[in-house]
Design a protein around this ligand. Structure first.
Ligand SMILES: Nc1ncnc2c1ncn2[C@@H]1O[C@H](COP(=O)(O)OP(=O)(O)OP(=O)(O)O)[C@@H](O)[C@H]1O
Ligand SMILES: O=P(O)(O)OC[C@@]1(O)O[C@H](CO)[C@@H](O)[C@@H]1O
Length: 309
């Protein structure tokens, strides 16, 4: 069973404009609305891949109701805790060049009781057959060591954790010894305080250091350049697939979804990697933060090149 945790969901409003003019009037050509937030995107992609998950976290207000409804319409199982404020709306501005500017709101505050409620629910799902996907930012009221706490809590019941977090949240969460990680290049560089662009060798070295934190698999995503996949036994580099990109937002979530789905289905490492590459490349072709179609993923999977390092 896969349980995704989105502490800070969002309505994603993706707008297409020609060229973004700072300090001037910008006319929008197209608007796309999605129920988003990293864990929710992971759940949507798992569903598209043919798997099942339970999407959990906090939702509130009208946006929260919309998110619940959209996910129900998609046939997703959810178990959200209600909060008082309004779930955020995140704006993604996509220019003709493909450049994306993201404006993410902080999200509504979560009380101690609401957090306790969520932790109790997560505890109820934890067993050796459960993988928790902890992904994205946390709203006000939630301590930065929350992912560490959840990881320690569910580990006690034999469950596993896949983490996708940024900055301090990433560094704090590592202390809980998550089982799988999906940092991107800049998250790793920031964690290891590198003030220059790391080489491939340095990225691999940094990735392997994560094994000291108990990690058993790390996927280092490199945007259009592809990704590096590391386990204790094997190291692969996959060049990025050539696709017609619309918005890269959510590509990382699709990769995480494929990792989680592969774990649940007990797929071999190489099959998992191909799926990760196919799903993430497929996600950049979709408008907004919609998951890639399984048929497209299957087509892209055949193009994946695995270079053993
Ligand atoms: N332009 C692109 N063309 C092809 N594949 C891409 C492109 N951008 C991203 N990808 C695929 O998506 C994966 C994840 O992308 P990226 O490294 O940008 O993740 P991320 O920073 O976590 O993204 P986000 O947080 O926006 O979801 C890459 O490893 C790659 O396989
Ligand atoms: O503010 P966070 O939680 O870091 O990221 C939230 C977010 O940008 O991540 C997803 C794409 O990965 C979007 O659906 C969503 O708007």
């Amino acid at each position: 069973m896969i349980v995704t945790v989105t502490m800070n969901p969002a309505i994603d409003k993706t707008v297409d404009i020609g060229k973004f003019e700072r300090g001037d009037l910008n006319r929008i050509k197209r608007v796309e609305i999605d129920a988003g937030g990293k864990g929710i995107n992971v759940s949507k992609t798992i569903r598209e891949l043919g798997g099942e998950s339970i999407a959990t976290g906090f939702v509130g207000g009208t946006s929260g109701t919309i998110i619940r409804q959209v996910l129900a319409d998609l046939g997703l199982r959810t178990d959200f805790v209600d909060v008082k404020g309004e779930t955020r709306t995140n704006l993604k501005v996509v220019e003709e060049t493909g450049e994306v500017t993201e404006l993410n709101e902080p999200g509504p505050e979560v009380s101690k009781e609401q957090l306790k409620d969520l932790l109790n629910r997560l505890d109820g799902y934890a067993n050796p057959d459960t993988l928790f996907v902890l992904a994205g930012s946390i709203p006000a009221g939630i301590p930065t060591d929350i992912y560490r706490k959840i990881t320690e809590q569910v580990h006690q019941k034999g469950a596993k954790v896949l983490l996708d977090a940024d900055g301090t949240l990433f560094s704090e969460s590592l202390k809980g010894k998550p089982d799988m990680l999906k940092p991107n290049r800049s998250e790793l560089e920031r964690h290891y305080q590198m003030d220059y662009r790391a080489s491939e060798q340095e990225l691999v070295a940094m990735g392997e250091k994560l094994f000291d934190h108990g990690v058993s698999m790390a996927a280092i995503s490199l945007g259009q350049m592809g990704a590096i996949f590391l386990t204790k036994e094997k190291r692969y580099r996959c060049p990025g697939l050539r696709v017609k990109a619309h918005s890269t937002v959510g590509a990382g979530d699709a990769l995480v979804a494929a990792m989680a789905y592969s774990w649940d289905e007990k797929l071999p490492l190489e099959t998992c990697i191909r799926l990760c590459m196919g799903a993430s490349a497929g996600a950049v072709t979709s408008i907004g933060t919609k998951p890639p179609h399984r048929s497209l993923v299957d087509e892209l999977v055949t193009q994946v090149e695995l270079l053993e390092l």
